[in-house]
Design a protein. Sequence first.
Length: 150
Amino acid sequence: MNQTDEDELFKTLTHQIRRDIIKILGESELTFTQIKNQLGSIDSPTLSYHLKNLTPLITQVANKYKLSEIGEAALNLLSKTDQSVRIKRYQKKFLYAYIITVFCWILASTLIPIVLLSFNCIESNYLIQIIIASLSGTNFSIVWRLRKSY
């Protein structure tokens, strides 16, 4: 593959619709209509234009489109790029969860000595358990929400 071919290949992948088509065809072979339905609001001429531009990456056999060998490589490249973006988002949310957990445990380590100093041992044992349980529950619910949003 020469420089011109590489330039054309990467130029082909610059458009989001074409990247979406590659990802869709990475799941299964589809007809023109199936691709159009999966993409949603796209008209037939626009889809035809993008499929024509994807010629080196896709092939058509028995009215179904599928990825060529180069198309499979492009899909792998796109998948790795998507994973990299997801990992960065996950790392950011993990940092938030870590900060929230540290904050809850600092709060617990501050409140527990105050409770121990202000009450006698029997009553303070129950209060300590309540403090730890409430901070743990708060920490868990916040971290769970962060996890679900990812």
